[in-house]
Design a protein. Structure first.
Length: 305
């Protein structure tokens, strides 16, 4: 109820919720899982607001020896949160795009401001690239301008590759990995988010079972990179699958990723989606699309394969 009150007050502004509103609100099951993960992190990693010994026993908390070992392996460091999407399995280019939040308070503030923008603009639909049309293009252009005013707290990163002659699933798996390790290196080297850091990744869900297998493999590779490439200054904290319908931050990742793919595929297109794609990329500093292998600057990284 507190989540709906604070983040979705445009749908549920009062103390009463209508049945039809439930279809627009974040689902109770998703909120419950998120709450459980947050509670475990606060209590087991940050060691705050600990449960009573009886409750801890019921939850199956680690024995003291195992808990001490886990503590030794943890880095007391801030988090980098990445929202990742992909596009182009049936197009000319494969794209894995992402939105990065380098400081947790900025992520929460940005999320609240999205809900405020939606309320103030009277736009209650999901922000999704495939939904852009003549009837709503002005709302989407307005949202791109909204993002422009907040580029100091977020980063956009993408990996692109021509699809011809490659296995799409295998290529995407490699692209997800490269995007994260090169992106982490980029943030560390520019000084925007120097290591040590904890990494949290949320991938837009397509096929839940396949996604979870892909993320398990990705987590193993990232843990190896944490030791070999980043000198154990990186903790691979959590890789999870999310539903973009319930996550405005995944929706931003979708808009960016699809815009990159659209510009690569239709450089001179004139449809509403083409107009938005060029406008959004211009707002974040790559007005001609991802033409260079590396876009210099603090906010945008593009890797062309």
């Amino acid at each position: 109820m507190k989540y709906w009150e604070n983040f979705e007050s445009d749908v549920a502004p009062g103390s009463t919720i209508q049945k039809q509103d439930l279809y627009q609100l974040a689902r109770l099951t998703s909120l419950s899982r998120a709450l459980s993960r947050a509670r475990a992190k606060i209590q087991n990693q940050y060691h705050l607001f600990k449960a009573s010994s009886d409750v801890q026993k019921r939850r199956g908390v680690l024995e003291q020896e195992e808990l001490d070992k886990a503590r030794e392996q943890q880095i007391d460091s801030p988090a980098i949160s990445v929202y990742q999407d992909e596009s182009g399995k049936n197009e000319t280019h494969l794209v894995v795009g992402s939105v990065w939040f380098l400081h947790p308070p900025d992520e929460l503030k940005f999320l609240r401001e999205i809900y405020e923008w939606k309320r103030d603009s009277g736009f209650s639909d999901e922000l999704h690239f495939k939904n852009i049309s003549n009837s709503n293009i002005e709302h989407y252009l307005s949202f791109a301008a909204f993002i422009t005013g907040r580029t100091a707290v977020i980063s956009f990163k993408a990996v692109t590759m021509e699809r011809t002659g490659v296995d799409a699933e295998g290529a995407l798996a490699e692209m997800r990995y490269l995007l994260l390790v090169e992106g982490l290196q980029h943030e560390d080297s520019t000084g925007r988010a120097p290591l040590p850091r904890a990494l949290l990744v949320t991938k837009d869900s397509e096929n839940e079972g396949q996604d979870r297998l892909a993320l398990a493999s990705l987590a193993d590779r990232l843990k190896q990179a944490a030791a070999s490439r980043f000198g154990n200054r990186l903790v691979v904290d959590q890789l999870s699958v999310g539903d973009s319908k319930e996550s405005p931050l995944l929706q931003v990742a979708d808009l960016f990723t699809s815009s990159v793919r659209r510009v690569l595929q239709f450089k001179d297109g004139s449809r509403p989606k083409d107009r938005f794609a060029r406008h959004l990329l211009g707002c974040i500093g790559i007005p001609h699309g991802p033409e260079e292998e590396l876009t210099a600057g603090d906010m945008v990284l593009h890797i062309k394969l």
